[in-house]
Write a protein that binds this ligand. Structure first.
Ligand SMILES: [Zn+2]
Length: 434
């Protein structure tokens, strides 16, 4: 068998055949012959003649230890549709790419599964190259119709760069919470930008949106899509309740600190001496998890803490009862009971004389309609919270350090419903079909 035939069989490149094989200083160079006589513009139009031609190289997947380069003549054509001279589209690489399609697909597949430095070491490419490839693959693979059929969406902010920067992420509730849009920043303008991109028809189709209790997204929604039903995300409501508990706990801790612990006498205590008094402020400090965690998931020691708070009729125990009372709103067997339940809870919270809880009650009252809408429609951003932790992971893997654009491309790649097929997968599918 001739060596070119062997490479032809192994590479199985679309629209080209291996005409020559040579070893250069930087690896194996495979000269390609072309099957198609007339050049094709990236816009899809077939040209009649070529404007000029030049030789170009694309990096392909490594062969053993050596790098592999595909080398072919590319033509430029004067495209009448585009109105300018453009480089022809070759079937084995994406437009403007300096890597073959197979190479880029492997990078994108790896980016969905592992960290950036692993990819860059394994494939001997710089971080910038990896970023560029991800952006290109996402640009080609992302469903351009994803914004067309939106009816119920969720909006939330996610932080990156250790909580110093923010993105606004929009997810589609009806598509399993997949990310359909992400923008840099977390103010009203960012979300307004999304509504603008959605267009008039898209905005008119929207029915419900779940969001946090902050003012920014609410403002953008009020001005751009006033007809949409706004739902306060349950997660954010309970988070607010937990914050109220936390602040009350801090007050209790400060009070406990005012009374100094009993000093122990010098020397070894006698055998029949009473057990030393515990440090009350320290104990209060460590009640946190018992108070904020889901009661079904408490450890025995945390249950004991809760029990003790109840026995001592602590203000923290009343706080905890109020929080669980609020959580019950989302556990009602019949959601039509929600208005009555919330009414009862608000009356209870206003009577309780715990300053932080009364502040909480004010916020809840102000958002009453939106909270009830969330219960009625059963909308929550819980899937977005999952996306949040996924984005933190992406960030951690080294994709979020440089620019928001690179991070957004990665979010689309990992949370936007894109499936990247490895070259080996597509080949075996083709073999089966053939
Ligand atoms: Zn064109």
């Amino acid at each position: 068998m001739r060596v070119t035939t062997a490479f032809n069989k192994m590479l199985d490149l679309p629209g080209a055949w291996v005409a020559s094989v040579e070893f250069a200083e930087d690896g194996l160079v495979l000269g390609l012959g072309r099957r198609r006589a007339r050049p094709v513009c990236p816009c899809g139009r077939r040209g009649t003649g070529s404007y000029d031609r030049s030789v170009r190289r694309w990096r392909h997947l490594d062969w053993g230890r050596s790098k592999v380069w595909l080398q072919a003549q590319v033509r430029r054509l004067d495209c009448r549709a585009c109105g300018r001279v453009r480089t022809e589209q070759v079937p084995w690489a994406r437009p403007r790419a300096r890597h073959s399609r197979d190479f880029e697909d492997v990078v994108a597949w790896l980016a969905q599964h592992t960290d950036k430095s692993t990819i860059s070491t394994l494939l001997r490419s710089s971080w910038e190259t990896v970023d560029g490839i991800i952006a290109r693959v996402v640009g080609e693979q992302i469903d351009s119709a994803r914004l067309a059929g939106l009816v119920r969406i969720g909006v939330d902010e996610v932080s990156y760069r250790k909580g110093h920067r923010f993105l606004t992420v929009v997810a589609d509730h009806d598509q399993g919470g997949r990310v359909v849009w992400a923008g840099e920043g977390r103010n009203a303008q960012v979300l307004e930008g999304f509504y603008d991109q959605l267009g008039q028809a898209g905005c008119a189709r929207l029915q419900a949106i779940s969001l946090d209790l902050g003012g920014a997204y609410q403002k953008a929604t009020n001005t751009k899509v006033p007809h949409v039903r706004q739902c306060a995300d349950p997660f954010h409501v309970i988070k607010l309740a937990n914050e109220a508990i936390d602040k009350t706990r801090r007050v209790a801790w400060n009070q406990a600190r005012q009374t100094p612990p009993v000093k122990r006498a010098r020397g070894r205590p006698r055998k029949d001496a009473p057990a030393p008094a515990r440090d009350q402020s320290r104990w209060v400090k460590h009640t946190r998890w018992a108070l904020v965690k889901d009661p079904d998931q408490l450890k025995p020691s945390q249950l004991e803490v809760l029990h003790e708070l109840r026995r001592s009729n602590s203000v923290l125990y009343r706080c905890w009862q109020l929080k669980e009372g609020l959580r019950d709103l989302y556990r009602l067997a019949d959601p039509t009971d929600a208005p009555t339940h919330l009414h009862w809870w608000l009356a209870w919270a206003c009577r309780c004389r715990i300053p932080r809880v009364r502040t909480l009650a004010k916020t809840i009252r102000a958002n009453r309609e939106r909270i009830l809408a969330a219960v009625e429609l059963g909308l929550s951003n819980s899937k977005l919270e999952g996306i949040n932790s996924k984005i933190r992971l992406i960030n951690h893997r080294g994709y979020g350090h440089h620019s928001a654009a690179a991070l957004i491309a990665m979010i689309y790649l990992c949370c936007g419903g894109i499936t990247v097929q490895l070259p080996t997968e597509t080949r075996s599918a083709r073999d089966l079909a053939g």
